[in-house]
Design a binder for this molecule. Structure first.
Ligand SMILES: [Zn+2]
Length: 274
């Protein structure tokens, strides 16, 4: 599933190609994309609209339109945008410069939702906490969120209302950077541990953005280039390989049903005295 770095990469590539352009023709090919709303009605609302801005909030793409409406796209498992014709197209948008933007989604869990601009932030704020790379994501804020919960640390970090945009990959990478065990009970973290987690979450996400995300299975960027973060993973998907910090073999476990990778030596469940 695309996480913050992948969605941000998509946003950064779409913005210069869409901002200021008019959507001359919009064809939605799959009723699942817009349900419970009718796909023809949604296409009609979008057609003829000029794009003011392409933004991101958590894992959502937000296309702000001059008409006063906004299109919110969540890519879920396998959604992607591309300017080259492809398979599994669920929607096609033609722009006034003659370009054709296709929305591809193999597993069809992605969603397109049109809202009035005034309803966008209230809608998104019920689903997303503060942006982890923004100024409101402070150590104090993270500490108060973690202190409220008894669940495993990783499960709490995956809650979009705690860290918007963080998913399975970057949560594992951040916990390795912070030297924190994914199964630690969230409300037992000391203040220095919260500070490490805060710093590590930002570092892991920034590393992903710098490398244009990680290319795994169905993720691709609108211009067809591939992200390279998968070459830099410290733990994710690397069970049995040596930890790059201590050479201990990376372990795999499950936390809240999600495959989870960590270094048993760098990330002990209990603090050792050494
Ligand atoms: Zn290690």
């Amino acid at each position: 599933m695309p996480e913050l770095p992948e969605v941000e990469t998509i946003r950064a590539q779409l913005a210069p190609r869409l901002e200021g352009r008019t959507l001359t023709r919009v064809e939605i090919l799959d009723p699942r994309l817009t349900r419970p709303h009718d796909l023809f009605e949604v296409a009609e609302e979008l057609e003829g609209a000029r794009v003011d801005a392409v933004e991101r909030r958590g894992k959502y793409l937000v296309f702000r339109l001059e008409s006063g409406l906004a299109l919110l796209v969540h890519l879920r498992m396998t959604g992607s945008f591309g300017f080259a014709p492809t398979t599994h197209e669920r929607a096609v948008v033609e722009l006034d410069d003659g370009s054709r933007l296709a929305y591809r989604d193999v597993r069809r869990f992605g969603t397109w939702l049109v809202l009035e601009q005034a309803d966008v932030e209230p809608y998104l704020s019920t689903k997303n906490g503060v942006e982890p790379l923004g100024s409101r994501f402070t150590v104090v804020w993270l500490a108060s969120r973690l202190a409220e919960r008894r669940a495993p640390l990783k499960s709490v970090l995956l809650d979009q209302r705690v860290v918007a945009g963080l998913g399975n990959i970057y949560a594992d990478e951040a916990l390795w950077r912070a030297r924190l065990n994914p199964l630690r009970q969230s409300n037992t973290l000391e203040s220095d541990e919260v500070a490490r987690a805060h710093r590590a979450i930002r570092a892991a996400l920034r590393a992903g953005i710098e490398r244009q995300g990680s290319t795994l299975r169905d993720y691709s960027t609108p211009d067809g280039t591939e992200g390279s973060m998968q070459d830099e993973f410290r733990v994710y998907g690397r069970d049995g390989e040596p930890c790059s910090r201590c050479r201990t073999a990376i372990s795999k476990t499950r936390v809240g049903g999600r495959g989870t990778w960590f270094c048993p030596r760098c990330q002990p469940l209990w603090e050792s005295s050494c």
